[in-house]
Ligand binder design. Sequence first.
Ligand code: IFM
Length: 730
Amino acid sequence: MKVEEKQFDLEYINKYASQMTIGNGFFGIRGSQEEDYRNQVRGMFAAGVYNRPLGAESAELVNLPDVIRWEIKIDGEHFSLETMKVLAYERALDLEMGELKRYALIETAQGKKVEVITCRVADQNNLHQAALKVVIKPLTEDCQVDVKTGIDGQQTNFGTQQLVEKELRVFGDDLISASYQTTESKIDIGIAAKFNKAGVFQAKNRRITASFSEKIRKNTSFTLEKIIVLSTSLQQTDPFKKSIAQAQKSVSYTEILEQSMSYWTDFWHQHRITIQGDSSFDQLAMDFAAYHLQIMTPRNDPSVSVGAKGLTGEGYKGHVFWDTEIFILPFFLYQFPEVAKNLLLYRYDRLEGARQKARDYHYQGALFPWESAHTGQEETPKFAALNIKTGTRQEVASAAAEHHISADLAYAVQEYVQATEDQSFLETKGKTLIHETAAFWLSRAVKVDDHLEIHRVIGPDEYTEYIDNNAYTNYLAHYNVALAVKYQAGDPLFLKECQNFLDKLYLPVPNKEQLIPQDDTYLSKPVIDLTTYKERPGSQSILLDYARSEVNELQVSKQADLVMLLYLLPEYFSQPIVSKNLHYYENKTIHDSSLSKAIHAIEACRIQEMEWAYHLFQEACLIDLGPDPHSSDDGIHAASLGALWLAVIFGFSGITVTNGTLSISPRLPSAWEKISFPFIWKNHRLLFVLTKKQIVIKKETKETLPIFVNGDQYQLEKELKIGRASCRER
Ligand code: IFM
């Protein structure tokens, strides 16, 4: 269970930094190299620490002061993987231990061979803490070692300074500390670092450093440990004092590593999807996804949510999208239901921002921001990057028109309530979320003759802007309003209006070719050959040949849109319709968003095109783990990692959860012998073990649980074993 970097390559430096992030849902520290290299982007982020810098139109997840830089000199020569002779090199993020470790054997200019090992680990119990270590061992001759490290407030978000330095202090000869405040959001940050040796301190230009010098004899080691404590005023009063107090009683690197190992051992034991089959890469991809989902998501803090890059980079300014509720939340819902609830509470607590946005656009109810940060107000930048040829900026229309997010949240509330039967949440918060979002749709629809339509929206496919009757949006809006009726979320007059909406809203149905139109005009637009663009998914290379406005007039989808609808509401569409539409829309979809391929894979599973499904799944696995050197430079693709989990559970394992009922109908790809995974459903912890010949479902609780297997209903007591006869062979 390791993500490995076999050789140092500057071209991949930022991709590995994102992949090899350590963290614990409270903070993330990018897996950057300890030394400075050209174009390397360092990063430490804490959930919810956003700031809107002066003159900026939206808040950014603050790139906090750097703590991981080690400036190492051996006999006065700067340690560098670029300039020194490297005899051996290996770096790996060990997912079983949560530790990132680098081994380098170098030869100095004087011909001395020296081992340099650096490692770091995030504390999983005390979430404010991380541990770092460097071990330097001369193998051939004695040498002089100098190491400098510290807390570096010169760190910026791509040049934008977010923090004001308040105080720098040292304590004794082994503790340095720094206090900062974000410039606009006024969040206080305290960072302290405790060493296992006495250092010489210096503070200059927003940096506080500690230097250590020793003469090291051949075959003995210089070992320096640095325990970091990070506190913020979001959780604690006087975070500066708290970080110092905690650092003063901090423990050793080994102790933090041991508790991290024990945490991850338990995590893998309780929550791992295990795949036995031809390719060990599939298992690695699933472990990578689960590891990142776990470190990107706050464990017990409803005041923060998950950004599109988790806590691994500055991409999308750390903003929260529909990615969280539709792609990431299900992993938590079926593994850690309390965490899923917290993600919904984050939205509930920002209802006022959503109400305000609805009012601003002259609608009723709650229109959630397309991009959200700490306040709950809309954070989507109004314009994309400057086109340096034309000097113009393309408008980002998502805030104004990508309204499906409100229905997506209502959908997630229903998923949560269905899986947990948490009546208390439904009564106190869920119904309000459903009511407010339904009220938005009532005001959003327009009357056309005797029916209602929804005009000028952007569906999930962001290449088609301001279109009418996007099927995804209309169906999800309908679903949202139907939930209001189901739960009687409103007074009789409101419920009557809801019923009228449900009766009158136009829902696109299959045409005579069995195609559901993605929107009113999509199917009448010209079709172009997408082969070259589909060969480079995620690159948006079509925009080099066509202007956005031209793409808008073609049958070209950026990402799963109609197929997303098929995925979310499987009970609405028959297999032949799914098949026809999946084939059609796959040919029109470039997959320029990472939220796409895994969803198409799930639908391919549902029509039992297993080789195709597996191919799409494997391609989705490559989004962060593939050979493209820059695909994840500014952070991993959080929703895509969530979608991989969805693909295994709702695609290959064939789980469906509709109308409060759990069903399974597995269809393993030929490359897999067996998969097993835990799944929490209505407070029962289930364990599924699936092979091509047998389905085994186990549970520990006493009460009987009804479950559908391959269409037949069973009563699950302790264990259910269903053999070959009722397993569909594929
Ligand atoms: O939310 C997504 C959107 O669907 C496509 N563009 C990227 C966003 C953040 O991941």
